[in-house]
Ligand binder design. Structure first.
Ligand SMILES: [Zn+2]
Ligand SMILES: [Zn+2]
Length: 659
């Protein structure tokens, strides 16, 4: 009898045995159709054997799927096994989430074709700077797996380094995988890659694509027909038979971390993938994550430096701090910033006002009774959106209309407090009536097409003042942009999260980097009450290494990552007491197995209530990754055996970024 052992996308850490009665042979990696519960599912065969511990009478039959997809390759299975083990996620869930939706369904006609693409070749390829040429030579000189950290200041042309390395790889008949953090960044890069390699087959993979297109592109990569795969985090799993190079652009970006389902870091998985495939991997950033930086400092990653801007006349922008304790603000703007915008308007140059808070105002409040617009379902305020007169929760999506009077005391004099991008936009339009003001945030650019239209408008010079969130901060070249004004950065300075200052520095460095990338010099004005903060000083000096070293010293003293390895057990329940009681019960388990592991107390999460669920967590930590990895599966199994209160949900997250 032939038994197939199958991985299924179910929240159980085990495989399932089925009988194989089909006439055609079956092999490891084959997708099969199996009965499960009341329905049918697609699973992946992990082993073929002759015996099962399940009594024969209880075995059900696995069947062929009616498509022509070959079995998933061994390296795909091994990568998924690594992710399953390291991140404590069921193997079947890891595998199936890595496949396009159509390939997870039992009955879908399987389509196969690749769009023949013809593209306008790029007119002229820029000559590399000496630094770029040296970086490319190092990457191409790598034998087998070598991890590189490409640290390049903003505007230094990291993309040019990737493209030159990719060029050689595809000339050799190999495939290149390029991961980018967000969909927003893909259109520009995709256009550039296609223009650069008009003869190459380039496919994109991201979550906003139609299902059919995603499946087609995935299949082209899998079949070895695509030369270049350009995608967001989910693309890291794409099977590529001739993989020759992996690139992770903006490697520090938090969007590489999947925050639900299988909680993995696509950057870390990309490094593991390159290691398994024996190919070089390039992690690029102007502000690398402290984890990658410390790997480079300790020699585990090879560091490549781009210290100069690529455009020969471009220098790094001058950063000036405006002390808002001395400079009075009008509607959030200092006189100096307003004057600087005016100067840009006179010269026909662009300004960018950066505020990482969308909406009109973060809260609506009543001065008479103290009422504030709270979300009913979350520990958060409802944000006032004046553009469509709604109150919105940015965490759970709850919406309400704007009340005409205070719901508590009836006072009609209720006011918005604080500022978001809409409010800045409104004031700038009033202050500079002749200027084109363009707001760019997730409200104004909901769809990719809207976003592309905005980018085109900015590049055509059809916008004088941009107001935007971090959407505008990264990866874009706006040649006419010479002024960046930063508002509201202080809020993140004193956040309790140990990663907050790392993120703030990266964000400000990125947004400052938009200024003066071409021949016009750039200026950055940061309004702050704390001009003496080391973070701002490092920013002024464009000194990422100095800043990173100071942060690493702090982390070492406090025993935070990268000097410790962490995992979090989280629980959600309508009642906080139930969530905490569950966590405390879990904390008492597997005590014999926790040598070298530090347990912290069960506490409510910082955002303790989300969408009507109370949330709490336990942090566990070890200076030894191995000790933590040995403990987690034992603990996870013990937790799974606990009696669960109804409606309680829990999960483990390894290497958490958010607390
Ligand atoms: Zn009131
Ligand atoms: Zn909410």
């Amino acid at each position: 009898m032939v038994i197939v052992r199958v991985a299924l996308a179910v929240p159980l850490h085990r495989l399932f045995d089925y009988r194989w009665l089909e006439s055609s042979p079956v092999g490891v990696g084959q997708r099969v159709r199996v009965p499960f519960g009341k329905g049918e599912r697609v699973g992946v065969v992990i082993a073929v054997t002759a015996q099962s511990e399940v009594p024969e009478a209880q075995l059900k039959d696995a069947c062929l799927l009616d498509d022509d997809l070959p079995p998933l390759p061994g390296d795909f299975l091994r990568l998924c096994e690594f992710v399953s083990t390291y991140y404590q996620a069921p193997l079947g869930e890891v595998m199936l989430q890595a496949l396009p939706a159509g390939l997870r369904r039992t009955r879908t006609p399987h389509r196969r074709c690749i769009k023949a693409s013809t593209h306008q070749a790029q007119g002229s390829v820029p000559a590399p700077t000496p630094e770029q040429a040296a970086a490319v030579a190092e990457i191409l000189g790598a034998q087998g797996y070598v991890p590189f950290l490409l640290h390049g200041v903003t505007g230094s042309g990291k993309t040019e380094v990737y493209l030159r390395a990719v060029e050689r790889i595809i000339d050799l008949g190999q495939q290149a995988l390029i991961l980018v953090p967000e969909i927003n960044l893909t259109p520009q890069l995709e256009a550039r890659v296609r223009a650069r390699f008009p003869a190459a087959r380039v496919v994109a993979l991201h979550s906003e694509m139609g299902e059919a297109a995603r499946e087609r592109n995935w299949c082209a990569a899998f079949a070895g027909e695509a030369d270049i795969v350009l995608g967001t985090r989910l693309a890291v799993f794409t099977p590529m038979p001739a993989l020759g190079l992996v690139v992770v652009d903006e490697e520090h970006d938090a969007s590489f971390k999947q925050q639900d389902g299988v909680r993995y870091s696509a950057r870390d998985v990309a490094v593991m993938r390159a290691s398994m495939a024996g190919v070089p991997v390039v992690l690029g950033s102007a502000t690398p994550s402290l984890e990658s930086w410390s790997n480079a400092v300790q020699g585990r990653y090879r560091k490549l430096n781009l210290t100069r801007r690529a455009h020969e006349e471009a220098s790094l922008p001058a950063v000036t701090l405006i002390d808002t304790r001395r400079a009075p603000l009008v509607e959030g703007f200092s006189e100096r910033l307003v004057a600087a915008i005016e100067t840009r308007l006179e010269r026909g140059e662009q300004s960018l006002i950066f505020l990482n808070r969308r909406g009109y105002a973060p809260v609506l409040a009543c001065g008479a009774c103290g009422w504030v617009s709270r979300c009913r379902r979350c520990a958060a305020n409802l944000v006032l959106h004046l553009a469509d007169r709604r109150l919105r929760c940015h965490h759970c999506g709850f919406e309400a209309s704007v009340p005409v009077a205070c719901p508590t005391c009836g006072n009609q004099d209720i006011h918005p407090f604080g500022r978001g991008t809409q409010r800045l936009e409104q004031w700038l339009c009033e202050r500079f009536p002749a200027a084109n003001v363009l707001r760019v945030d997730r409200d104004s650019a909901k769809r990719r097409t809207q976003w592309e239209a905005m980018l085109a408008r900015i590049q055509a010079g059809d916008a004088d003042i941009l107001v935007g969130t971090q959407m505008l901060a990264k990866g874009h070249d706006f040649p006419k942009l010479t002024l960046v004004g930063v508002l509201g950065a202080d809020a993140a300075l004193f956040a309790a999260d140990c990663r907050a200052s790392e993120r703030l520095f990266a964000q400000l460095m990125q947004v400052a980097g938009r200024a003066g990338r071409a021949s016009h010099p750039g200026e950055v004005l940061i309004q702050t009450q704390y001009p003496d903060q080391p973070l701002f000083r490092a920013l002024q000096a464009h000194d990422y290494p100095g800043f990173a070293e100071a942060l690493l010293r702090e982390r070492a003293q406090a025993g935070f990552p990268p000097y410790a390895y962490q995992a979090i057990l989280r629980a959600e329940h309508p009642e906080m007491a139930t969530a905490l009681a569950f966590l405390n019960a879990a904390a008492g388990l597997a005590e014999a197995d926790r040598s070298g592991i530090t347990f912290y107390d069960a506490v409510p999460m910082r955002m303790a209530r989300l969408a009507s669920l109370e949330r709490a967590q336990i942090l566990v930590e070890s200076v030894s990754r191995r000790a933590l990895q040995a403990f987690l599966p034992v603990w996870r199994e013990a937790i799974a055996a606990l009696r669960m209160p109804s409606r309680l949900r829990w999960h483990l997250e390894v290497d958490p970024l958010e607390f």
